[in-house]
Design a protein around this ligand. Structure first.
Ligand SMILES: [Zn+2]
Length: 107
């Protein structure tokens, strides 16, 4: 399995499905399911029964996972969704870069 090209706090754009074209920040990566949770995207409403943890109950809004294959990284320079590559710098560290403009994403 290839390593995922996204990680927490990345800005991404959704390329397929209900939230297509929207952008957001990754809150969590779920590697075992190849999914990501993106802030304020793919919101689902859940009816919550009253219980000691949530108090009164009611409708709770929550981000549902999005498949990693349906998101692309946003490049701050291109201002769009781009393909990313990985390159190794002279000091040996691996960084992700934008394949379109060559901008290094990991600073
Ligand atoms: Zn770029």
């Amino acid at each position: 399995m290839a390593k995922f090209f996204v990680k927490r706090d990345d800005q991404i754009m959704v390329t397929k499905g209900r939230e297509q074209g929207k952008t957001g920040k990754i809150l969590r990566v779920i590697p075992e399911k190849s999914q990501v949770i993106v802030e304020k995207l793919n919101i689902v409403k859940r009816h919550q029964r009253p219980n000691p943890q949530f108090g009164q109950g009611g409708i709770v809004e929550k981000e549902a996972p999005i498949s990693i294959s349906n998101v692309m990284l946003l490049c701050a320079k291109c201002k769009g969704a781009v393909r990313v590559g990985v390159k190794i710098l002279k000091n040996g560290s691996k960084v992700r870069y934008c394949k379109k403009c060559d901008e290094v994403i990991d600073k």
